[in-house]
Design a protein around this ligand. Structure first.
Ligand code: SDX
Length: 421
């Protein structure tokens, strides 16, 4: 294959180098397009634009493939823990026993948060949305870690990573307890990462929390499945905020805001609200399928479709199987799961969805499991954010180590020409 492409403009022609990835994706390197031709590209939503070179996550939307550092999501979800996946994403390889134990101990030793942050938590009204509280508390961490990470120092980057990986689950548990009007629980350094998260979220004050392995395994698997997803909306936000040399906590706080939107991570909350609405309307899935297809109707089938996957989202398959297992093992019969399955069955056989290659995505079934675990609807996207933290850290670190320039897209101006007052 050629390593250049020729673009003809009138009687001029220009050659641009091609960039090829290890999975044979090819991009046109247009770094000097404007300086050589005066032209820019126009690509709203960057559907056809590669923003960076990355060796963290690979996904193939047509084939429904997702790999973290070369390992398939199925292998990881079924064989390792979330903390091991976090290590893989951030440091590039799965940890050996000693490395895992070291990171686990470091996280346990950093699992405390300055008392002043509790005052910020308490100052939120009880009806505040959990994502808004989480975003503010993550930003507030900067107050106690003011220096922007010196990413060139392995030790300083390690410390900043440990601090965030240790404190984020505590913030998540604080938000959960706050929205449920419950007192916060202290971190328990004797427990594993996900067991500690569960006890901080679910332990009733006074009792000694007995973790349920079904809940722990389901939570751990959900965190793995959400850990990274290459250049999605919130990760691109983390990278572009970090490209101005803003700190890691500030960049990740911006990513939390981007994730909140119902077209992105907020879809898991929107899915359960949609399923509840269909249930309240007698379970009439055909009616809502027709609404989703009607261009005059703003209703969309939440949890369906994807910017990149034009095949089954591999995570959705794993989550659907896990939802069945969790509800069976916990002895829960949730009619909303049956509605979800009915909706999926009808959509997958409907020409509108088939032609547009709309399949269930990661959010379609995850909400069923969160609900079965007793997590309130408005906390679902907070759980997504917790899973995504190692991916955001890894992507931010890569962007900074690659010394990427500040992100600054151009535009096509369509406003007034010069005019006088
Ligand atoms: C996540 O990018 C990532 O990687 C994100 C994520 C991650 O891990 O970070 O995977 C997590 O955000 C998953 C997506 C969660 N969002 C939702 O479930 C919300 C519902 N989905 C849609 O809003 C939509 O599918 C998007 C936003 C996800 C994708 O939007 P696109 O790529 O802009 O879709 P499109 O406009 O190219 O769709 C093509 C057609 C359009 O119809 P036509 O104009 O061709 O007639 O499909 C239609 C769309 O109207 N369509 C839908 C639909 N999604 C797309 N019609 C009904 N219901 C839907 N859900």
């Amino acid at each position: 294959m050629n390593d250049k492409i020729k673009i003809s403009l009138g009687n001029e022609s220009h050659e641009f180098p091609l960039v090829k990835g290890t999975e044979n994706e090819v991009g046109i390197d247009i770094k000097d397009l404007r300086s050589r031709t005066g032209l820019i590209t126009f690509d709203p939503g960057y559907k056809n634009t590669g923003s960076c070179l990355s060796d963290i996550t690979y996904l193939d939307g047509e084939k429904g493939i997702l790999r973290y550092r070369g390992y398939s999501i199925d292998d990881l979800a079924n064989n390792v823990t979330f903390l091991e996946v976090a290590y893989l994403l951030i440091w590039g390889e799965l940890p050996n026993e000693k490395e895992l134990s070291n990171v686990s101990n470091e996280i346990q030793e950093s699992s405390s948060i300055d008392k002043d942050l509790e005052c910020i938590l308490k100052s939120f009204p009880s009806k505040a949305h959990p994502m808004g509280i989480l975003c503010s508390l993550t930003s507030a961490l900067i107050a106690f870690n003011p220096s922007s990470v010196d990413v060139s120092s392995k030790e300083k980057m390690f410390r900043a990573t440990i601090e965030l990986m240790a404190k984020f689950p505590i913030l998540v548990s604080w938000v959960h307890r706050k929205v449920n009007g419950l007192p916060i629980n202290k971190s328990n350094s004797k427990l594993s990462y996900t067991e500690n998260l569960a006890q901080m979220m679910f332990k009733s004050s006074g009792d000694n929390y007995q973790s349920n392995p079904i809940i722990i395994n389901a939570l751990d698997k959900l965190l793995i499945l959400h850990a990274d997803h290459e250049q999605n909306c919130s990760t691109s936000t983390v990278r572009i905020v970090g490209s101005s040399r803003a700190g890691m906590y500030a960049s990740i706080s911006a990513g939390i805001s981007a994730l909140w939107g119902p077209l992105h991570g907020g879809a898991n909350q929107a899915v359960i609200e949609m399923l509840e609405k269909i249930k309240a309307d007698g379970g009439n899935t055909k009616k809502y399928l027709e609404k989703a297809k009607d261009k005059e109707d703003a209703f969309r089938l939440m949890g369906f479709g994807h910017r990149v996957y034009k095949n089954f989202d591999p995570r959705a398959k794993i989550i659907k199987k896990t939802a069945d297992e969790v509800l069976t093992k916990l002895g829960i019969n949730d009619p909303v799961l049956d509605i979800a399955k009915g909706l999926e069955e009808e959509a997958l056989n409907d020409p509108y969805f088939i032609e547009r290659k709309l399949y269930p995505n990661v959010d379609f079934y995850s909400c069923i499991i969160y609900r079965a675990l007793g997590i309130p609807t408005e906390m679902f996207t907070v759980m997504f954010a917790l899973g995504r933290v190692p991916g955001w850290i890894a992507q931010w670190k890569e962007m900074r180590l690659n010394k990427e320039p500040i992100g600054r897209p151009r535009q096509i101006y369509k406003g007034y020409n010069s005019r006088s007052l």
